[in-house]
Design a protein around this ligand. Structure first.
Ligand code: M6R
Length: 607
């Protein structure tokens, strides 16, 4: 989950590392550190501390360190608490490393190499530095090869050797590393976002390959020492999308970008008015031959899958399971060649989703992944990949990734209907026309942001917020509730309104705001009855309803937001933007760190 960065070149490395760490902080923000290699072959200069990158910046200023080659790390603690000693980089002998991942056999290694009394930290990472140092006799490749063969677990390692100044070595298993040549040297990172300011050409370091970065560029070798070819990729992200663009927080900026990026995701995939996945190489037979679908994903991406399930079951009539990837392996999954597996992931690196996908492929399932980050592990592991065009999503709370995932699911549903000969032209045209309206409808909602801000203000002091709805409305609320709790720290639960009477209604008091979403014609009367039930128990009802559906005089709400009208299946899009903005305003107005909520990290690469 940690962010890693390495730079060698003609510029001041400490500045590049610190700037990049600020960008990478969303991966973890318990502690941070940098190490700069010393040209005179003395010990690397190391500065690290518990706290944010801003704290590290102050320490670096005080220490006045300079250099042209170094590595940096921002940590999400796994082994060992949050303190200066456990911050990376870690040094042992002539070796200095940063690590992302988990070394499962660190205990065995401590015993085997007699390290008990020799370590300063409680981390598994320092053990790797010690083992590397044990094997290092002047040949970095030999030491790295011998070390990685001893490691069990996941790792992305960037390494400096005191006596090889000006060179950074790196190797990985599962945890990501991308690298690129710059005008005057080379850079590596856990994330493409950190290298976008330098170049648009990059590559994903293959597992168990060793790279060496220097001012001359990058060389790559496999573990047997043979030189390996690099497969270059191109970032098609706009660099300006990686900064806050004048907004106080990335989350707000990313919410506002949605009309644009949802359009960017949909429009290139429409040919002659029809959804088209030729560019992705997805044949109609992949969509028509499967007997069932299994969606695997975590968190927000899993919530996108739930919307996909409702769409596909209603429109195609085949069974769809949505499985939390973290639970997939523990329920004896039944997937086979007739099961189309759809893996959804913004980062493309979520370890549980990746492992579930690998398992499904071993069982012979055809697979499609919906991923935002180009070249990510999940994209590479699946048979087909459909990239969302959200651009870098920096805020920990996912917003534009979610709605672009939905956009892909809408397109896939329509293509599946075509492939199975289920819709006539009239039905397809009406659906596609409505899909193409989505960006404008989102713009309409965003233009009414002050109304939404006002609603959010009524919730600032709430301890608990319930969210109720049925069917698709319930799926939207699961995501709305996750957004609210992760950024505002208000306890929130989305509840299927029909289930409320089976226990949870006991928690409704006059203090409890209840957000109710009513967008589906066929569910409306039942949903309105459920709203009456909570209102008569004193709840403060915040109603998000499609258009003018209920007249003003039936005042079953305390606040209301009338959503722009779309066909029922597309109402998810405007409703989601409202729920995202509510969560955002509550968090910002409470003075919280919206983009970096406590305990979280953007990319979850540990199980
Ligand atoms: O990168 P992924 O989409 O695989 O991440 C999955 C979840 O960790 C992620 O959606 C998480 O729930 C969101 N950041 C919450 O806003």
């Amino acid at each position: 989950m940690c962010g890693i960065i390495g730079y060698v070149g003609k510029k001041e490395a400490s500045k590049i590392l610190l700037d990049a760490l600020e960008l990478l902080e969303y991966r973890g923000y318990d502690s941070a550190g940098i190490a700069l290699s010393a040209e005179d072959k003395s010990s690397c200069k190391l500065i690290k501390c518990a706290g944010r990158v801003s704290d590290l910046r102050k320490r670096c200023k005080e220490a006045d360190v300079t250099g042209d080659c170094g590595i940096g790390h921002t940590r999400w603690a796994t082994h060992g608490g949050v303190c200066d000693e456990n911050a990376h980089p870690h040094r042992f002998g002539k070796v200095t490393i940063i690590h992302n991942g988990i070394i499962e056999n660190y205990g065995e290694l401590i015993e085997k190499y007699g390290l008990e009394q020799k370590l300063y930290s409680q981390t598994d990472s320092e053990v790797v530095a010690a083992v590397l140092s044990h094997f290092y006799e002047g040949d970095p490749y030999a030491a790295i090869r011998k070390t990685v063969l001893k490691l069990k677990g996941t790792f992305a390692l960037a390494i400096l050797f005191d006596d090889i100044p000006g060179k950074i070595f790196a190797v990985r298993n599962v945890s990501p590393i991308v690298a690129a040549s710059t005008r005057d040297g080379a850079i590596l990172s856990s994330d493409v976002a950190a290298i976008v300011p330098f170049t648009s050409q990059y590559f994903v370091v293959p597992e168990f390959h060793v790279i060496c970065l220097s001012k001359e560029g990058i060389e790559m070798f496999d573990l047997s020492g043979d030189k390996a070819n690099i497969d270059w990729l191109t970032v098609d992200w706009d660099v300006s999308r990686s900064d806050k663009g004048g907004y106080p927080f990335y989350m707000e900026k990313e919410i506002m970008e949605q009309p644009q990026v949802v359009g960017d995701t949909i429009l290139p995939r429409i040919k002659d008015g029809k959804p088209d996945f030729t560019a992705e190489g997805i044949k109609d037979s992949t969509l028509s031959d499967c007997k069932r679908i299994c969606v695997i994903a975590c968190g927000t991406a899993m919530h996108a899958g739930l919307v996909g399930k409702s769409l596909i079951q209603a429109m195609i009539g085949i069974h769809v399971d949505v499985v939390m990837a973290s639970e997939f392996m523990y329920n004896d999954p039944v997937v086979d060649k007739d099961t189309l597996v759809i893996a959804i992931s913004q980062s493309g690196e979520t370890i549980d989703t990746l492992e579930a996908l690998k398992f499904a492929r071993k069982c012979g399932s055809p697979s499609i992944s919906i991923v935002n980050v180009k070249g990510a592990s999940i994209a590479r592991e699946s048979e087909h990949v459909i990239y969302t065009c959200a651009g870098p999503e920096i805020a920990v709370a996912s917003t534009k990734a979610y709605t672009t995932q939905l956009a892909v699911l809408y397109l896939l549903t329509a293509r599946m209907a075509m492939a199975r000969g289920l819709w006539n032209d009239e039905k397809l045209n009406a659906y596609m026309k409505e899909l193409m309206r989505v960006p404008d409808v989102m713009r309409e909602v965003i233009a009414r942001k002050d109304e939404i801000h006002h609603i959010a203000d009524t919730m600032l002091n709430a301890k608990d917020v319930f969210m109720i709805g049925r069917g698709l409305d319930y799926s939207i609320l699961l995501e709305g509730s996750l957004k609210l709790k992760e950024v505002s720290y208000i306890h929130s639960e989305a509840y299927a309104s029909g289930e409320l009477k089976h226990g949870t209604i006991a928690l409704i008091t006059e203090e409890t705001p209840v957000i109710a979403v009513v967008t589906q014609d066929k569910l409306k009367s039942k949903e309105l009855s459920n709203i009456n039930e909570v209102q008569s128990r004193g709840a403060k009802v915040i109603l998000l309803i499609k258009g003018e559906e209920i007249p003003e005089q039936e005042k079953i709400w305390n606040s209301i937001f009338r959503l722009p009208v779309m066909a029922d299946e597309f109402m998810v899009m405007p409703a989601s933007v409202v729920l995202q903005l509510i969560a955002y305003y509550v968090s910002a107005d409470k003075g919280l760190d919206v983009d970096k909520p406590r305990n979280l990290a953007k990319v979850v690469t540990v199980e």
